[in-house]
Design a protein. Sequence first.
Length: 373
Amino acid sequence: MTDINNKQEEKFDFDITPDSCMKLNIAPANIKLYYLALLTYEQYHQYIPNKIEENYKKLDQKYLSKLPFDYNEKVKKVREGIKVNQAFLTKVASLYVDKFRAVNVTNEQFQKYQTTEQAFINKLFLQLLTREWTEEGKEEREKCLTPIIQELKKYYDYENKDLMQKGVNILSIGFRFGRILYELAKLGYTVEGNERNYQFVLITNYLFNYSKKNGECICPRIRSFCSSFTEESVTKKHYFPDVDISNDLQNVKKDGIKITKRFFEEEYQDKKDMFEAVITAFSTDEAKNIIEFTEKVNNVLKKGGVWINIGKLNNIFSNYGGFDLTWEEWKHVILKSGFEIVREETPVLPYCKIEGQSSPHTLGTIFFTAKKI
Ligand SMILES: C[S@@+](CC[C@H](N)C(=O)[O-])C[C@H]1O[C@@H](n2cnc3c(N)ncnc32)[C@H](O)[C@@H]1O
C-alpha cells in the first residue's frame, strides 16, 4: 500500500507548499480550493444521479415498461462510478491536506469556486487522464505524441550516447498530466515541464511519486449518458497508469524532471538560451498573446534549437482579449521572430476519443517544426 504521508518517497519534487505558492505570487487559498474540490467531488456530483432518478420517476409506467432496463439499476451504477472517481481524487487530495491545513478558506469562497471551475474541470478532467495514462489512450498517444518524439529524434537523437551524455534540455509547455515528461525522461532527455493549471499539477505529482502500474481506477464518462452507443462505455472503469512510472524512471536523476507552475510567458519572462528544444502539444491555443508567446519560445531556445508544435489554431481566449491568427499569419510571426520553418503539415487528430461514444472528437491541427536561426 502506498504511504502518501511519507515525503521520503517523493523522488520528483513538485514543490507544492503554501510557501512555494507565495513565492510565485499564487494565493495558497487557491490551491486549497483545488484540493477541497477534489475531496468533495462525490458530494457535489450527486446532482447527476439525482437528476436521472428524478426524470425517470416522472415517466409514466407505460413508457417505463418499454425500457430494456430498470432505471434504479442505472442510477446505482452512476453512483458507484462517482464513488470510484472519488476514491482516486481523495488519494490525490490527501497529499496536500496537512501542508495547507493552516491556510484559511471560507465556505463562501468554496461554494463560489464549486459552481465555477470544479464543474468544468471534472467533466473533461478525468477523460483527459485516459488520453494520457490508460491503455485505451494508446492509439491517441501514438498519433499525437509519438510524431513529436520522432521529430525530436531527428535533431537530438536519443540513441546517440555522446550527445545524451552531454545533456539535451527540453522544455514542454502545458504538460497537463505529464505523459510527455515521462516519455522524454525515459529516453534520457533532461526535461523541464511547465504547466499553469495547478489542479493538473496536483494530480501529476501523485502519479509520478505515488502511483503503481494500473493501481488507479476512474470512470471518466460517468457524468453523461448522451452521445454514447453503449452503457458499457459510460460505466466502464479505466485502470491507470498503464506503465510503471517509478520503475521506468529509476535511472532518471531527481533533477532530470523539473517542474515550473506559472504561465509560460510569466515564468520565462527574462530567461534566454536554455533549451535545445521546446515542445508544445495542444497548448498554444491557450496563449493570451500568441505573438508574445512565439517571441518567448525563441528567447528560451538555444541557437539552432527547435520548437516542435502540434495543436489547434483557434485561441480559447479570443472572446476575452486574446485573438485568433490563421496559420499563414502565425507563420509570418514565427519567421519574423527569428525562426525558419523546417516542417509543416496539417494532420487531423483524435482528441479524448472514447470507445463506444458517438462524438467524433477529432481536430484539424498544425504540426510544425521551427528552428531558431
Ligand atoms: C489541451 S492541454 C494539452 C495537454 C497535452 N500536451 C496533450 O497533448 O494532451 C493544454 C495544457 O497546456 C496548459 N497551458 C496552456 N497554455 C499555457 C501557458 N501559456 N503556460 C503554461 N501552461 C499552459 C494548460 O493548462 C493545459 O494543461
